[in-house]
Design a protein around this ligand. Sequence first.
Ligand code: WT7
Length: 631
Amino acid sequence: MLTKIENLSEYFLSYEKSIANPETFWERIANQFFWRKKWTKVVDFDFSRAHVRWFEGAQLNITENALDRHLYTLGDKPAIIWEPNDPNELGITLTYKQLHEKVCEFANVLINNGIEKGDRVIIYMPMIPEAAIAMLGCARVGAVHSVVFAGFSSSALADRINDCEAKMVLTSDGNFRGAKVIPVKEVVDEALESCKSVDTVLVVERTKTEVIMEKGRDLWWHEEVGKVDFVNKAEVMESEDMLFILYTSGSTGKPKGVVHTTAGYMIYTQYSFQNVFQYNSDDIYWCTADVGWITGHSYIVYGPLLAGATTMMFEGVPTYPHAGRFWEIVDKYQVNQFYTAPTAIRALEAFGQEPIEPYKLDSLKVLGSVGEPINEEAWHWYHTHIGKGKCPIVDTWWQTETGGIMISPLAGLTPTKPAHATLPLPGIRPIIVDGEGNELKGKGVEGNLCINFPWPSMIRTTYGDHDRCINTYFSTYPGMYFTGDGVKRDEDGYYRILGRVDDVINVSGHRMGTAEVENAINEHPKVIESAVVGYPHEIKGQGIYAYVICDMEDRSEANLKKEIVSTVSKIIGPIAKPDKVQIVPGLPKTRSGKIMRRILRKVAEKDTSNLGDTSTLLNPEVVEKIIQGAQ
Ligand code: WT7
């Protein structure tokens, strides 16, 4: 393949070219795709306005590139291999030809039900092939999908539906998750009580859980599919037409809808997929993420399918029915590239070697890591016990907003170093700045990570609020995209991500705003005020520590704590549940009324030997009480 880098010197050469002449570089890659009309300009940008446009003037449909383009050469190749939650249930393999038919068919279902180009469609589904078919079906008709992770609560779902004024929701009767069956249709029903924009709910029958179908609104997926054929002409899209919205947490307020557009996202996800994983034509690639996150969008669905790869989807969890399930699946399908999160690695490591022993794992060629910093210990365990010392680990740093992998080794080409994301992909220009925005050049420097030139798959706006996009990403350091991460460039010039420098915490690879969790806690009628910080957690990377001031009348402390945890679960979802709740008499505040989080972080980290300067505190006496009551 023309754009696949084959060795390290070629990487350095490509990188140089991409910097010297980005337009020529990306144009050469773009030329391999199928366009209805070619562009008039490769890139146009002004970071001060968060204005970024790639391949303007061109027209295309991303599904013609992910599916139709491959039919002649790869029609009978498996596109998606699906492994169900229950290992005794039969899996499903869809070839490119079959997937194409199903996507066309589903596109017709959308059209039949009044969906038009530009309409927003919410996908709240389990990890079943229909989830990918739903995404691609939307893209085919030009509808904007917004996948909401099916673990989010009804109120989190309602917020997202209302923010983008979705016309349709795609869901299932229930979700299988390990030994549990989760009644998701019920969650949708509850959410829709506070949503006006939704006309139609399409329900996939998966668990045969009993559901209430509201007349005139709710329809069965299989019945609708039965009404259409599988001939569909893809909608012609402009390069910068919206492809999807994905909600993610920030340091302030409600989650924001990160917007990605068609052409740039397409080009970058395919390019990064091929190069980072070094995918070869008969390989079986498996990413264990959920399609509810950006990793699932870019590296289960779009990137691999655009590259004509075989991509696996797994419905279940790593520990069901046993802690060797991942490895059983690797052997069963002879997986070559395996991509997961450090939190899963650490959780499985805790079970010891025994669950791995029955499996050969000899098909594996590349291991990937994503979502949070991977600690050296977990890196070595992954390398030794899963990769048997012979598989390169690609520690891929990126974000919902970046659309694709930004800093990562190219598997087998870039020499790796534990816990280092190593080097930027071609076209990516990382820059390290200090608090004042001065560039820290050279090696052995540490600071805030920014990117100072556009790349094709970068965020275009935050849905419905462009100023928020400017303020969040382009205002801290003018002229640069600010990632929110701290980073070190070491003596080899390798990048090591140090974690968030803002009020965002990373729990099991899931991004959470401390303010968002505080807002949820404050919904409890007995809560007066709260402050949330992250603390190091052995498995999750970071845990959630909540300090709460409560009105204790007619409640025991134990009961209150339980109620607070369940309030958060109800308002956001179980993934945001605090790991520790401490009822406190007060919060350390400065004279201007700001909570001094630094102190709360230290207490949560159990590092109170040096709390730094507390002389500006309004209520220094409270600190001692907090330390005494620490969990
Ligand atoms: C944040 C983005 C990108 C897919 C999943 C998460 C952290 C991500 C790494 C890595 C260290 C990482 C960063 C980033 N992060 N990958 N390889 N090493 N940290 O997407 O929810 O948008 O979160 O995850 O802090 O800013 P996300």
